[in-house]
Design a protein around this ligand. Structure first.
Ligand code: NDP
Length: 251
């Protein structure tokens, strides 16, 4: 049977890494990207192969849309190695947080956030669409900050809100090809995100845990497992929607 293939941006660490492992455990072939953490990406490839799966890792800076045509060519070559011409799931996950009060925010910070969290997913998806199989799925990664406010995260949240809105329009435009487009909005998860503050600062960790109904901060596997489930055929009627996956944060 032909194996499904997922392309996950930002697979080298954090949420993307967990998504890759959960999907690989379900038999999905992984094409992961990394920006600078080549060694971590290679370790992930080895872990997937040790599970009996297949994976390839490709460098990508999602904030540099000029690089997307060459990236798409590399993806096409990689697919040939896996015996396919198209892949099934695109997860627009890569990104960074940024704490910047509106009074201090620079235009460079603004550009960096918009390029990474909006321009990148838009034009990467556009370039990759010919390589996505009809009936495939696109999953964008938003944030709980769209729903919950905290000083210093306004621009980041605005970029993540834009991707939620865009998801609905993408779903409408791609429906004719039976491509489902959804978004996840994770709550606070213990990763390197934001300098690792939720994971490493005991006070912040305890404070955030107190805002979550289940009484702890999220772990990468809480999101990796959810993504594998959302991309499964059982969730095929979900389209153009945002899944809040936060353990019940600030509800
Ligand atoms: P991590 O910092 O742990 O991992 C970020 C990943 O994205 C790495 O693989 C990194 O590559 C890659 N990356 C970062 N910037 C770029 C870029 N410009 N181009 C290409 N790749 C890039 O973060 P998380 O796993 O926590 O975050 C993943 C996504 O989830 C992000 O979009 C984030 O905004 C979102 N999110 C995170 C939450 C959290 O609490 N952790 C909550 C809600 C949303 P490399 O390793 O090579 O640097």
């Amino acid at each position: 049977m032909t194996k499904q293939i997922a392309l996950i941006t930002g697979a080298s660490r954090g949420l993307g890494r967990s998504m890759a492992l959960h999907l690989a455990k379900r038999g999905v072939v992984i094409i992961g990207t990394y920006r600078s953490a080549a060694a971590e990406a290679d370790t992930l490839r080895q872990e997937i192969e040790a599970l009996g799966g297949k994976a390839a890792m490709i460098a990508l800076d999602v904030s540099n849309s000029a690089s997307f045509p060459a990236f798409a060519e590399t993806v096409a070559e990689t697919l040939t190695r896996f015996g396919r011409q198209q892949f099934d799931f695109l997860v627009n996950n890569a990104g960074h947080g940024l704490y910047a009060l509106l009074t201090d925010t620079t235009e460079e910070q603004f550009d960096s956030l918009i390029d990474t969290h909006l321009r990148g997913p838009v034009f990467l998806t556009q370039k990759l669409l010919p390589l996505i199989a009809d009936g495939g799925r696109i999953l964008n990664v938003s944030s709980g900050f769209v729903r919950v406010t905290m000083a210093g995260y306004g621009l980041y949240a605005a970029a993540k809100a834009a991707i939620q809105t865009l998801t609905k329009f993408m779903a409408v435009e791609l429906g004719a090809r039976q491509i489902r487009v959804n978004t996840i909005a994770p709550g606070a998860i213990a990763t390197d995100f934001g300098g690792g503050v939720v994971r490493d600062d005991a006070n912040v960790n305890a404070y955030v845990a107190g805002t979550i109904a289940l009484g702890r901060v999220g772990e990468p596997d809480d999101i990796g497992g959810a993504v594998a489930a959302i991309l499964s055929d059982d969730m095929g009627w979900a389209n153009g929607t945002t899944f809040d996956i936060s353990g019940g944060q600030a509800i």
